[in-house]
Design a protein around this ligand. Structure first.
Ligand SMILES: Cc1cc2nc3c(=O)[nH]c(=O)nc-3n(C[C@H](O)[C@H](O)[C@H](O)COP(=O)(O)OP(=O)(O)OC[C@H]3O[C@@H](n4cnc5c(N)ncnc54)[C@H](O)[C@@H]3O)c2cc1C
Length: 261
């Protein structure tokens, strides 16, 4: 079986802020990490894979995104694929998922595509479902447990308080939640091997995967981010004075006035 895991390099959002003057993300000095849920997607693939199966980690991004592929190889992926081309720059989710879908088709037959539910920078949770649409395969989202049985993926979906058992024929795509598993740490030996020039990481550009320039990147995007800004959070503080009974009475009156009570 062949598992393809889509992984994304994202800024460590714990360190990212929005510049209030320009509305742009301040990325200077911010480190990049493997999107947290993608680590769980990779762990799920590694747990499902048996002897002779292949786990391929794929990312689309600038050349430095190779770092997340090295990390994936360190965790146990058999090979990595980096999709990088100036034509891919500025892609919205449609152009991103189209490009990922074309690259998956380019690699040949596959059984299961795994993604994180969402990336912590874009936060749309659209890529997984859109890639499945581009490939014309079933999709199972919000997966918290999965196994492969009799040529089918059997998965438990967590719908926030309700669990749903779903099965789909292969090939299929699943997006996983962090509750799915506990990812293993990369092994030092594998990490060092992944950073060598002969590491099994393939670089593909738009021509390699047959992506037309006007279908990818900014030109292939139907949507534009018009503005990014941090909402102003205003707070009004009122100090209530008096005896305990008076303060309680004034508090109740103030809450009634605001229709809270
Ligand atoms: C309207 C709009 C305009 C945008 N314009 C730009 C722009 O000009 N420049 C720019 O840099 N970005 C832009 N983006 C962001 C970019 O489109 C998204 O980061 C990208 O499409 C992935 O979407 P997401 O981060 O919401 O991923 P999600 O859908 O939240 O990710 C779900 C999962 O999909 C997989 N995945 C997501 N992205 C990748 C990837 N690149 N490679 C491999 N797997 C992946 C991962 O498994 C991930 O966990 C734009 C986004 C929108 C909505």
């Amino acid at each position: 079986m062949r598992f393809i895991v889509l992984i994304k390099q994202v800024p460590d959002t714990a360190e990212v802020n929005v510049d209030p003057a320009t509305g742009h993300l301040v990325r200077e000095g911010v480190s990049s990490i493997l999107n947290p849920e993608d680590r769980h997607a990779l762990e799920a693939a590694l747990q499902c894979a048996g002897q002779g199966d292949q786990v391929v980690a794929m990312t689309m991004g600038p050349t430095q995104a190779v770092d997340v592929l090295s990390e994936a190889l360190g965790m146990g992926a058999h090979r990595g694929v980096l999709l990088s081309d100036r034509f891919f720059a500025g892609a919205d989710t449609w152009a991103t998922s189209y490009t990922l879908g074309k690259a998956i088709e380019h690699l040949g037959p596959f059984d299961l595509v795994l993604c994180g539910r969402q990336a912590i920078d874009g936060d749309t949770a659209q890529i997984g479902p859109q890639v499945a649409e581009h490939l014309g395969i079933p999709q199972v989202t919000y997966v918290t447990a999965l196994r492969i049985e009799d040529g089918r993926v059997r998965a438990t979906r967590d719908l926030g308080g309700t669990l749903e058992e779903v099965e789909a024929p292969l090939p299929a795509l699943v997006t996983v939640l962090a509750s799915c598993n506990r990812p293993r740490y990369p092994e030092l030996r594998k990490l060092l091997a992944a950073c060598e020039a002969r590491a099994p990481i393939q670089l593909l550009d738009a021509a390699d995967i047959g992506v037309m320039a006007d279908h990818s990147g900014l030109r292939g995007s139907y949507t534009r981010v018009v503005k990014t800004f941090a909402p102003k959070v205003g707070r009004e503080t009122t100090v209530i004075e008096g005896s305990a009974t008076e303060m309680a009475g004034r508090l109740v009156a103030a809450l009634r006035e605001k229709n809270v009570l």
